[in-house]
Design a protein around this ligand. Structure first.
Ligand code: NAD
Ligand code: G6P
Ligand code: MN
Length: 441
């Protein structure tokens, strides 16, 4: 094995940091590390995470890997080989507003979908461009593996500024859907070659080829789903919100049985049903604050008080493994296949080439090689083109500081029934995001 790698986690204080570090340590043969750095603008969160990662390194027998937590970009990024990016600009407090403001106007209130996702997008673009700027300055050769949401908007915006950026955008949703289906219906997803297309959190499977069964298992999975609702996989155990989401997949395939949809399409196809089961005063952000977030703070506090035994307690799922598998495929030129968020450039032949899409791609030493797909049907294409245009308008609004473009984007968003409502939400979002958004004129 050649040289070891220095990695930095941008958004080091994120509740997802232990999952990524743990996956990296589990793959230390294929991905050797000589230093881990945590970069975060919030010193307290970063220090909390340093305590947790320190203990994780000890428990896994990697005490020799130096660990640094810093808010100084020069110290964080100089000489790094890989950047794992997972910042949340405005934190969960702003996520709560993204969810609750649209709900006040009768619209879906969601982290990455609908107008909440657009509001998050305008905050996130700014924060991520800063991170990418630091990488350009201090480690221009480094690869950025990005989980920061909303992924399509981030990818679009960063590529407008840095067209040749060494960045791979990924989402853990497809792997989580696959794992959940496999656990529910008794498959081994390691045998699967899935074909999927769409935008991030907005797409469809067209085939799930099973190498050991030597057939496409998607049609039989859809039949099973039509008859029986899925439960959550082990990693979502006890999470009522994810349980509801996976149940909705049965409704979706009963309406549209030709493809297996991404669960996030519930917000676009069935906003009325989603609203019926949403508590406007207690949304997903509140659940996460009281769950994953509080759990992380508690762990750090216990370690700070000198406890070590039985403190670490996580439920990782596939999130960390997925991005680390991508990193190892890149590092070792393994050419393994993943779902990647990338400029279309003909991968979906009848969708505009400059759309940022999510498609299967092989990852090797030179980066992302998307798979060339067949033309897609008008139902999916129409939905995608409208949403792509809305997202492009939003990114235009960011760079041009254009209120008019933002209003057009909000109006065209596929969860919005009226320009009047779009304007009401936009105007309230502008006030709520004063600290974070560019000024719109
Ligand atoms: P979190 O709030 O717990 O952690 C994010 C951290 O980023 C915080 O510690 C915060 O201080 C820090 N931060 C905010 N702005 C920053 C900046 N400009 N520079 C450096 N650090 C900054 O959030 P979380 O729930 O752990 O999620 C982290 C991110 O990962 C979010 O963007 C979330 O949407 C995303 N996510 C994506 C996927 C995916 O499939 N793509 C999956 C899970 C989470
Ligand atoms: C999935 C999606 C992510 C999203 C997350 C929200 O993992 O792929 O993009 O951020 O769900 O999960 P949460 O538990 O924070 O609601
Ligand atoms: Mn995602």
């Amino acid at each position: 094995m050649s040289k070891k790698n220095t990695i930095v986690i941008a958004g080091g204080g994120s509740t997802y940091t232990p999952g990524i570090i743990s996956a990296l340590l589990n793959h230390s043969e294929r991905f050797p590390m000589d230093e881990i750095r945590l970069y975060d603008i919030d010193e307290k969160r970063n220090d909390d995470m340093k305590l947790i990662i320190d203990l994780l390194l000890k428990e896994k027998g990697f005490v020799d890997i130096p660990l640094l937590a810093t808010k100084d970009p020069e110290e964080a990024f100089t000489g790094v080989d890989f950047v794992f990016s997972q910042i949340r600009v405005g934190g969960l407090e702003m996520r709560e507003k993204d969810e609750k403001i649209p709900l006040k106007y009768g619209l879906v209130g969601q982290e990455t979908c609908g107008l909440g996702g657009f509001a998050y997008g305008l905050r996130s673009i700014k924060g991520l461009l800063e991170v990418v700027g630091h990488v350009q300055e201090y480690a221009p050769e480094a690869w950025i593996l990005n989980y920061t949401n909303p992924e399509t908007l981030i990818s679009e915006a960063v590529r407008r500024v840095y067209p040749d950026i060494h960045m791979i955008n990924v989402c853990d949703m497809t792997i989580s859907i696959e794992e959940t289906i496999a656990e529910n219906f008794g498959y081994d997803r390691k045998n699967w070659i899935p074909t999927y297309y769409g935008l991030n959190h907005y797409g469809w499977y067209t085939e799930i080829y099973d190498k050991s069964l030597k057939r496409d298992v998607m049609p039989e999975i859809i039949e099973k789903l039509q008859e029986k609702e899925m439960g959550v996989a082990d990693f979502n155990e006890g999470d009522e919100s994810w349980a509801q989401t996976y149940k909705m997949m049965s409704t979706m395939v009963n309406y549209f049985p030709d493809n297996l949809p991404n669960n996030y399409l519930e917000y676009y196809w069935f906003p009325d049903m989603v609203l019926e089961k949403t508590d406007k005063n207690y949304t997903r952000a509140n659940q996460v604050m009281e769950g994953r977030e509080a759990n992380t703070r508690r762990m750090a506090e216990r370690i700070r008080n000198g406890e070590t035994e039985g403190v670490l307690n996580f439920n990782f799922g596939e999130h960390g493994n997925y991005i680390v598998d991508i990193a190892t495929s890149l590092l070792n030129d393994e050419h393994r296949r993943f779902m990647i968020i990338t400029p279309n450039n003909g991968a979906i032949p009848n969708v505009r080439p400059d759309a940022v899409v999510e498609v299967p791609a092989y990852i090797g030493a030179t980066g992302v090689e998307p798979v060339s797909l067949k033309p897609i049907n008008d139902f999916h294409r129409g939905m995608m083109e409208a949403q792509v245009a809305a997202e492009k308008l939003l990114v235009d609004a960011y760079f041009e500081q254009s209120y008019q473009k933002a209003l057009q984007a909000f109006t065209l968003n596929q969860t919005v029934p009226s320009a009047r409502v779009a304007k009401q939400v936009l105007d309230e979002m502008i006030v709520a995001n004063k600290e974070y958004w560019p000024e719109l004129n």
